[in-house]
Design a protein around this ligand. Structure first.
Ligand code: ATP
Ligand code: MG
Length: 597
């Protein structure tokens, strides 16, 4: 699809970008130098994420700068300075110490987006225990599975979440030694649940001082479960050295400046919400918005305006929902402070990038990464032209490529043992040269699966992409979602984006359906914008316009209307579920499905 390029000029709003020129930065960047920009623990005692995120600010001129502005569901807010966050997280570390939780043991957090969650996350890291955050909307079974798989020794949650989600599974978790409840006792029961401890009073009694013990950069810090879009979620292991990536990507890909008010809308139960909702912004000493509420278009615009957000990191599904709410709503708000918008998690349709420019006054900067990569790998930067529909170019310090597949669909390895790179504009597997600091160090309890992620000197992402002559990467689809029809490989993203160009279409999910003649044919499920109703005429019109744009070989054979496309709780379309339902196959792991139907 030929599209205009969105020139970088006009995006800065008076702030000089941290990266003035992509090529120059790429030529000079080294991870060692990025590491030197961090503090390190005193007396050469190593590198600890929590020290970089909070301690060094609390002991310097930013001590009284607001680290967190926490917006409660009820409309009030609480500001927490770096000094206060340091003290609160020290108390958490002391409580864990007092309970006998040891370095390397797993502490799970099942907590609403509020100051306590940040204190628990940072206190756990200070204590050198491993943090595993869980999304509060999970039901009991996904919680049990993760606590069990991750060998959780402590769980921090609230009395109400405990009663609804954990009490019933508690006796199936013999390794869980401590359950700490933060907040008021559940009014409905009015008594403190058995076998749990009151975190609030333990914190009050704990010392406000804590000295972080020696931490090597390779010590395990975080255990993150993937989104479960393509199957059972995998537990990815991350280490303290990841903070070097969080620092560098915050600087170069999100363009964080010390006076920014920054909002990452992802829940810390997902890797984006931890890497870029907790660690990266705090390392940069900015003020972070922590919003307890769930998505609501009006509320989000209000938050951007009232809090004078300058840098906003969000996701395609949310942006598509804002589009669906209409341009008139956006125009009611003054978003004049906003100077950079980034998006991650799913392919960002060109339509949405251009909508950002036309309606919000800022194009959306897509970037790509995974739970496994721990941080942003490919991005559109403030100082680089945007090609709508492209994920951008690799982070300085990251070597990315597209690898060719052989006839069996395996990575092609040359005689020298190295993988063969695909030609310009050829589709293949998006791969990264191992060695960036936030690379995962393993899948929990599954070394074979980890090994299988590497071939011919590369980490294989499992996603298909192509690279154009100027080094921009274009997402084609997840390996598992790609459709093979009459000898063509069709990426669902291309078809979905073409459908979204029609004013009636709010969102589309595209799958392959087996066909005796062609192998597979393309089928699309679309949800409609307000003001449009499903009809045979509209169906034919959509089929016709897709065929015109994509050609008969790639266009959908069939389109069905579906106002409830299945999404993961982190907002991704679950194409495997659309496919399973269409074909009457088992649905597989649905633990991360949003509002199961
Ligand atoms: P699972 O691995 O359990 O199936 P998941 O891959 O969705 O789930 P995450 O690690 O949360 O779990 O998501 C990473 C994936 O999301 C990427 O591999 C890619 O498929 C998709 N993704 C992320 N960012 C982008 C982007 N900018 N464009 C296209 N796809 C993206
Ligand atoms: Mg994945």
């Amino acid at each position: 699809m030929a599209r205009e390029v969105i020139a970088k000029s006009g995006q800065y709003r008076g702030v000089s970008p941290n990266m003035a020129d992509y090529e120059t930065e790429r030529a000079s960047f080294t991870w060692d130098e990025a590491r030197r920009s961090l503090d390190g623990l005193p007396a050469g005692r190593g590198l600890n994420i929590a020290h970089e995120a909070v301690v060094r600010h609390a002991r310097g001129p930013r001590a009284n700068h607001v680290a967190l502005r926490c917006l409660s569901r009820h409309g009030d807010h609480e500001d927490v300075t770096y000094a206060a966050l340091d003290e609160r997280s020290n108390r958490v570390a002391n409580v864990l110490d007092g309970l006998g939780v040891r370095a390397g043991e797993r502490v799970f957090a099942l907590m609403p987006r509020a100051a306590n969650l940040y204190a628990v996350a940072l206190g756990t890291l200070k204590h050198r225990a491993v943090l595993s955050p869980l999304f509060t909307a999970f039901g009991p079974e996904p919680i049990r599975q993760r606590l069990d798989a991750g060998g959780g020794v402590a769980l921090v949650t609230t009395p109400s979440l405990y009663r609804h989600k954990v009490a019933s599974i508690r006796d199936q978790l013999p390794g869980l030694r401590h359950v700490l409840l933060a907040g008021e006792p559940d009014a409905a029961v009015n008594e403190w649940p058995e076998d749990t401890e009151d975190l609030t009073s333990l914190l009050e009694a704990a010392s406000r001082d804590y000295e972080i013990g020696p931490t090597t950069p390779e010590d395990m810090a975080l255990l993150h479960f993937t989104s479960g879009t393509t199957g059972t979620p995998k537990g990815a292991i991350h280490v303290h050295d990841a903070v070097v990536s969080h620092y560098a990507t915050g600087r170069l890909a999100l363009d964080l400046h010390p006076d920014d008010v920054y909002w990452c809308t992802a829940d810390p139960g997902w890797v984006t919400g931890t890497s870029y909702g907790i660690i990266s912004p705090l390392v940069h000493g900015v003020t972070t918005i922590v919003d307890e509420s769930d998505f609501n278009a009006q509320h989000w615009y209000q938050t951007l305006e009232r809090e004078a957000v300058t840098v906003w990191y969000t996701a395609p599904t949310a942006l598509r929902m804002l589009m669906q709410a209409g341009a008139a709503m956006a125009q009611e708000y003054d978003l004049g402070r906003l100077r950079f918008i980034a998006s991650v998690g799913e392919p960002l349709n060109p339509e949405v990038v251009v909508w950002g420019r036309d309606v919000l006054g800022l194009a959306i900067h897509d970037n790509w990464w995974q739970t496994e990569t721990g941080g942003i790998m490919v991005a559109n930067y403030v100082s680089m032209d945007i090609r709508p529909g492209s994920m951008g170019r690799p982070m300085p310090g990251v070597e990315a490529t597209v690898l060719a597949h052989d006839a069996q669909g395996e990575i092609e390895i040359g005689d020298d043992g190295a993988a063969i790179e695909a030609a310009v504009d050829q589709e293949g597997e998006l791969a990264l040269r191992p060695g960036w600091p936030s690379m995962f160090r393993g899948y929990l309890n599954n070394p074979a699966r980890y090994e299988a992620c590497f071939a011919g000197g590369w980490y294989l992402s499992g996603d298909l992409a192509r690279r154009d002559a100027d080094g921009y990467f274009w997402f084609v689809g997840r390996g598992d979602d790609v459709i093979k029809s009459a000898g063509h490989l069709i990426g669902p993203f291309e078809v979905e984006s073409a459908l979204m160009e029609h004013p009636a279409v709010a969102e589309a999910g595209v799958i392959g359906v087996p066909d005796p003649l062609l192998g597979e044919v393309v089928k699309a499920f679309v949800s409609l914008n307000p003001g449009f109703n499903p009809s045979e005429d509209l169906r034919l019109e959509l089929l016709g316009s897709a065929r015109q744009q994509l050609g008969a070989a790639v266009a959908p054979r069939d389109i069905a209307f579906n106002q409830n496309l299945p999404h993961t709780r982190s907002g991704k379309i679950m194409r495997r579920l659309l496919r399973a339902r269409e074909l009457g196959l088992p649905e597989g792991d649905t633990s991360t499905l949003e509002s199961p139907t």
